[in-house]
Design a protein around this ligand. Structure first.
Ligand code: NAP
Length: 355
C-alpha cells in the first residue's frame, strides 16, 4: 500500500514501541527526536527539535509520510508553560508537514490527564471525575496542554484535509531510558535497591489507590491501537481510551511484583510514603549496584521517575478506564497486567538495566 510513517518522539516509552510495531508490520518508518536512535532496525532516524522550525523543515525535507504518530511532550514547571511549549511542538510539526501532499492521517497520543486534570490540579480540584473514564466525558474547565495539542491537530486537519485520531493511555508500562515518566522501570529500580539493601518494598501511594480498582497501558497495547486506527475507516476523527483491558488492585499486584524480585512487600500503612523521599539518597547506592552488577546505566535519574509514580499512586480516587468505544469498532486486543510488568522486568534484565 506504500504506507510511510513518521513517528514523532520515536525514542520515548510510547513512540519506540509504535516504531517497532510499524516496522514489524512492513511499514516504511521514520523516527523523529532531538537525539534519534537507529533502534529498532529499519527506522530511519530524523534529528530535529520540534521547537525549532528551521531544523524541522530541513530534517523533514525528504520525508513524505502518509501517517504521522505524535508521541512526544516536554515537561514544564506550570500548566501554562506546558500549554505554550507542547502546543507549539504540535503546531510546528504540522506546519512543517503542511505542504506534503502524501499526508492522510495524524494520530496524537495524550492521556488520562484529559479527564483528571493537569499535574498541578491532578485529580484534586472540584468534583472527582466519574470512573470508569469515558471518551464522552466533557473537557474540564481547567486549562490543559492535551486540549491545546488536540486543538492544534483539529485546526491543521481542517486546513490540510487529513484525518485524525486521539489516543488516551493510562500509565504506560514499557522500556525507555532517559524519558520523563516511567512507572514500571521506577518500580523495578526501587525493588532492585530494596533487594540489594534489605529494605522493605513499601507501597508509596494512597489508600484509594491501594484498595481501588486500577488499570495501566502496556506500551505494546498503545502501539497496537495506533496501528489499528491507522487502518480502520470507522475510527477516523475519533478519540479513544487505551488500556490493557483488565482491572486490578495494587493490593493484589504489589505482592506479585515483590515476589518477582524476592523482596518483602509492605502495603498501604496508614499514610502516603512518597517514593521521591524513599529514593532521594539512592543515587550513590544505585551507582554502586550498577558497578557491582555491570549494569549499563549508573545514573538513577535516567531510569527512575519517582515524582510521577508518586502522583499516579497517590491519587485520592481509583482510576480505571472504559474500553468499549474502540472494542465496538473492532479493536479487541487484550493484555494481562501482571504479565506487562513481568515482561518489562525481563526486558530490563536482558538489557542489563537492572541486576
Ligand atoms: N509515560 C507515561 O506513563 C504516559 C502515560 C499516559 C500518557 N502519556 C502521554 O504520552 C505522550 C507521550 O509521552 P511519553 O511518555 O511516551 O514520552 P517520553 O517517553 O518522555 O518520550 C518523549 C519523546 O519525544 C522526544 N522529544 C522530546 N522533546 C522533543 C523536541 N523538542 N523535539 C523533538 N523530539 C522531542 C524525545 O526524544 P529526545 O529527548 O531525544 O528529543 C522522546 O523520543 C505525552 O503526552 C504523555 O503525557 C504518557
Amino acid at each position: 500500500m506504500g504506507r510511510t510513517a513518521l513517528v514523532v518522539g520515536a525514542t520515548g516509552i510510547g513512540g519506540s514501541y509504535v516504531a517497532r510495531q510499524l516496522v514489524a508490520s512492513g511499514w516504511r518508518v521514520y523516527g523523529l527526536a532531538r537525539r534519534p536512535s537507529g533502534e529498532p532496525g529499519n527506522v530511519t532516524p530524523v534529528a530535529a527539535d520540534l521547537l525549532d522550525m528551521e531544523s524541522l523543515e530541513v530534517a523533514l525535507g525528504g520525508v513524505e509520510p502518509t501517517h504521522v504518530f505524535i508521541t512526544t511532550w516536554m515537561r514544564q514547571a506550570t500548566e501554562a508553560e506546558n500549554i505554550r511549549v507542547n502546543a507549539a511542538m504540535v503546531r510546528n510539526l504540522l506546519a512543517a508537514l503542511a505542504s506534503k501532499k502524501t499526508l492522510r492521517h495524524v494520530a496524537l497520543v495524550t492521556g488520562l490527564k484529559h479527564y483528571l486534570g493537569p499535574f498541578e490540579a491532578y485529580a484534586q480540584s472540584g468534583t472527582l471525575p466519574d470512573t470508569p473514564l469515558r471518551e464522552t466525558q466533557p473537557r474540564l474547565p481547567e486549562e490543559n496542554f492535551y486540549y491545546a495539542q488536540e486543538d492544534e491537530v483539529y485546526a491543521a486537519a481542517e486546513r490540510d484535509r487529513f484525518t485524525w485520531t486521539i489516543h488516551r493511555p493510562h500509565t504506560i508500562i514499557g522500556m525507555a531510558v532517559g524519558n520523563a515518566m516511567n512507572l514500571g522501570t521506577t518500580l523495578a529500580v526501587y525493588a532492585s535497591i530494596c533487594k540489594e539493601t534489605g529494605r522493605v518494598f513499601q507501597f508509596p501511594g494512597s489508600e484509594a489507590q491501594w484498595n481501588g480498582l486500577s488499570d495501566v497501558t502496556d506500551a505494546r497495547m498503545l502501539a497496537s491501537q495506533l496501528l489499528w486506527a491507522a487502518d480502520t475507516d470507522a475510527a477516523r476523527n475519533e478519540a479513544f481510551n487505551i488500556v490493557n483491558g483488565d482491572v486490578f488492585r495494587w493490593s493484589w499486584l504489589w505482592a506479585r511484583l515483590a515476589e518477582w524480585f524476592g523482596v518483602q512487600a509492605m502495603g498501604f500503612s496508614g499514610s502516603i510514603q512518597p517514593l521521591e523521599t524513599a529514593m532521594k539518597n539512592d543515587h550513590e547506592v544505585w551507582r554502586e549496584i550498577a558497578q557491582r552488577h555491570g549494569l549499563v546505566e549508573a545514573d538513577l535519574d535516567r531510569l527512575a521517575s519517582p515524582w510521577h509514580t508518586d502522583l499516579d499512586l497517590g491519587r485520592p480516587l481509583e482510576v480505571m478506564t472504559d474500553m468499549a468505544k474502540s472494542r465496538k469498532l473492532g479493536f479487541t486486543a487484550y493484555q494481562a497486567t501482571d504479565e506487562s510488568f513481568f515482561n518489562l522486568f525481563s526486558q530490563l534484565r536482558a538489557a542489563r538495566l537492572i541486576p
